[in-house]
Design a protein around this ligand. Structure first.
Ligand code: FAD
Length: 282
């Protein structure tokens, strides 16, 4: 059976007043029948408490596996134990275990130094399937790419069943990472993180958050179409579709769409890749 998954990532609203909207958004994503929907945790200052609630809603009411991201930076063991109990009570069975970004100048904070400490803790707690992050262009703090591969191998040996990648725009970076993982015996499927660039403002944010480099095909489209929002949007969708087409043709085992909570973007992409996903699952 194919390991290929199509998944969508959402973030909780910053405060509970916008909660109604996210449920409406989730229903639109559910119509695309993703294999899982993941929910970020505390990223960009979003409400942490809502992550468990939203992941539970996805797993329960929408009957789609919900994957709750969980970061450990700054947390105590008691904090994490409480959160895991909350996930369990809400029927969440999968966790994307992350360290989280360190505040400037800190080497570590709280009871957990790295994501692997969190994975060990979740394993001891029991009852969850664990996913982990990976970085096609390397993690910004890593001394070299080999160090990242070692980290991935350790996580795989601890039972991680899937890696979800940081967003990237040059598929060669993804293939290089995939080959290095395979050579090191990291045999879990890797979902490729795709973030469509649909407006010019997004670009600075993407580069500052992920450090991802932008291929000439994107910078040229920006230069050519930034004056026309509709043309720019179309160029962004087209780039994402061509990136995904190439990934699927080259045997990628997962497409993970950073949705920015925008159903229209996901629908516009899905329309162009739905049958490719079906074909690649055969
Ligand atoms: P780690 O695995 O701890 O790695 C961090 C650095 O330490 C790397 O350089 C690694 O090589 C090194 N390292 C790892 N283990 C060891 C070790 N045992 N000894 C020495 N060095 C080690 N952030 C959020 O706040 N909320 C989210 O919801 C969120 N979702 C994300 C989803 C995805 C798919 C990705 C790719 C990232 C996400 N992030 C999120 C960002 C993430 O928290 C940061 O990238 C963070 O800096 C690293 O997290 P990690 O789990 O990879 O950490």
């Amino acid at each position: 059976m194919s390991n290929l998954t199509f998944s969508i990532e959402v973030f909780p609203p910053k405060d509970s007043t916008a909660v109604g909207e996210i449920y409406n958004t989730l229903e639109q994503f559910a119509a695309l029948s993703p294999d899982f929907i993941s929910v970020t945790y505390g990223a960009g200052g979003t409400a942490r408490g809502l992550s468990a609630e939203i992941s539970g809603y996805i797993s329960g009411s929408l009957a789609i596996p919900g994957v709750a991201h969980l970061t450990c930076v700054g947390a105590t063991k008691d904090n994490i134990r409480d959160t895991l109990s909350d996930f369990k009570a809400r029927g969440v069975k999968r966790i994307l275990a992350l360290r989280g970004d360190l505040p400037e100048g800190e080497a570590s904070l709280g009871d957990f130094r790295h994501a692997d400490d969190l994975i060990a803790f979740i394993n001891d707690f029991g009852g969850f399937e664990v996913y982990a992050a990976c970085y096609p262009e390397g993690h910004s703090e890593s001394k070299n790419f080999a160090a990242d591969v070692e980290v991935a191998k350790r996580k795989y040996d601890m039972g991680v069943t899937r890696f979800v990648s940081q967003l990237f725009y040059d598929n060669e970076d993804f293939y290089r990472m995939r080959d290095a993982f395979a050579a090191a015996g990291v045999n879990a499927p890797i979902s490729a993180g795709i973030m469509p660039i649909t407006n010019a403002k997004q670009i600075l944010r993407i580069v500052s958050l992920s450090g991802s480099k932008l291929p000439a095909a994107i910078t040229k489209a920006v230069a050519r179409f930034e004056h026309n929002a509709q043309a720019f949007y179309q160029a962004g969708i087209n780039y994402a579709v061509s990136q995904i087409t190439d990934l699927l043709s080259n045997g990628a085992e997962g497409i993970h769409l950073y949705s920015m909570n925008r159903p229209k973007t996901a629908e516009d992409i899905y329309r162009n890749i739905g049958s490719l996903l079906e074909g690649a699952k055969e």
